[in-house]
Design a protein around this ligand. Structure first.
Ligand SMILES: N=C(N)NCCCC[C@H](N)C(=O)O
Ligand SMILES: O=C(O)CCC(=O)C(=O)O
Ligand SMILES: [Fe+2]
Length: 327
């Protein structure tokens, strides 16, 4: 990559430990503000999540994806609600092209009375937890709990970074509609010549608030677009998460914070595994440009949007090749 730009590294320990003072928090908030304005991506350290569980999730993901196809197909999204479960290579689609990854998606469970369940919409079904490897469900459940706490802590930092009270976002997050994905990437070079295969994962933005990416040590795969239009690598940094700002924060901040385009191109002999955790608002959160942000730019760049509706629209378009001649 030609660009010399490097993603900033932000230590959020003042928000993850009890003993911290306000000055230390404000200093972190300042760094976050800059990172979210400039590129919308940063490395996050000081998160207090044990390295062992981060490594364990990657290892379990690798093991699951190396099970025979028949075993993996037991959990196919098509056996549930077309969203929760296993997607084979090429089943996911971004911008009319097949993604060359396989993945397992888990969402916050919904009660049978939830509109998604009542209308039998995507995401309205139940999570499909693999029986193999045997610890899979327990480890990922524990991981999810860690990530929910971290998401809450980083959202406090985001609130301060916008000049708001630390707990400003709480009422939008107390029923966080989390999404946890385990993604496996074989060598993209082996897919060349196959019909409509694009990238390992096509360029896109994420849908909610914050994505926390836990990735194995494969380099050169995840690429992030800078404001100059260059693509830079977001290579793994031991012990850190790669964090990015997603669509709802872009709306809330009236475009001050960037929901940055990113994509994956994995051309290498190794089989790459990542575990992105999507920390999201409540399903029915109404998101619209904040007063504090309209004071900086009074032109409203977004209409109010219900997070769940945005999510459903995005997810519904993720697994079907739409013929662009008809669009
Ligand atoms: N929940 C998230 N962000 N998952 C990954 C999405 C990958 C891009 C997606 N096919 C799209 O077209 O948006
Ligand atoms: O696996 C990665 O490196 C990125 C995944 C991603 O962007 C996504 O699933 O939304
Ligand atoms: Fe993404």
């Amino acid at each position: 990559m030609p660009s010399k730009f490097k993603l900033p590294i932000i230590d959020v320990s003042p928000f993850t430990t009890d003993s911290s003072d306000r000055a230390a928090k404000l200093e972190v908030a300042k760094q976050i503000h800059k990172a979210c304005r400039d590129v919308g991506f940063f490395y996050l350290t000081g998160h207090n999540i044990p390295q062992e569980i981060m490594d364990k999730t990657l290892k379990l993901g690798y093991e699951f994806f190396h099970l025979p196809d028949e075993e993996k197909f037991n959990y196919s999204i098509t056996k549930q609600d077309n969203a929760r479960g296993y997607q084979r290579l090429g089943e996911g689609v971004t911008k009319y092209q097949k993604d060359w990854n396989e993945a397992l998606d888990f969402y916050k469970p919904v009660p049978r009375t939830h509109p998604l369940a009542l209308k039998k919409l995507p995401i309205g079904g139940e999570n499909q937890w693999p029986e193999k490897p045997s610890e899979f469900r327990a480890v990922f459940n524990e991981y999810k709990d860690y990530m929910l706490r971290l998401g809450d802590q980083v959202m406090r930092a985001i609130a301060l970074s916008l000049g708001l009270e630390e707990n400003f976002f709480n009422k939008f997050l107390d029923d966080c509609f989390w999404v946890m994905r385990i993604s496996g990437y074989p060598d993209l070079r082996n897919a060349s010549g196959k019909d409509r295969v694009g990238f390992s994962l096509g360029e896109h933005t994420d849908y909610g608030l914050l994505t926390f990416l836990n990735q194995d040590d494969t380099k050169g795969a995840l690429q992030v677009q800078t404001s100059d239009g260059d693509w830079i690598n977001a290579d793994p940094l031991q012990g850190a998460f790669v964090v990015n700002i997603c669509d709802m924060l872009n709306v809330w901040t009236n475009n001050i914070y960037k929901s940055t385009l990113h994509r994956v191109v994995h051309k290498g002999d190794s089989y790459r595994v990542t575990v992105p955790f999507f920390y999201e608002p409540n399903y029915d959160a109404k998101v619209e440009p904040l007063e504090a942000c309209l004071q900086i730019d009074p032109v409203k760049h977004h209409e109010p949007i219900i997070f769940g509706e945005h999510l459903l629209k995005k997810v519904s378009g993720n697994f079907e090749i739409i013929d662009h001649n008809f669009l």
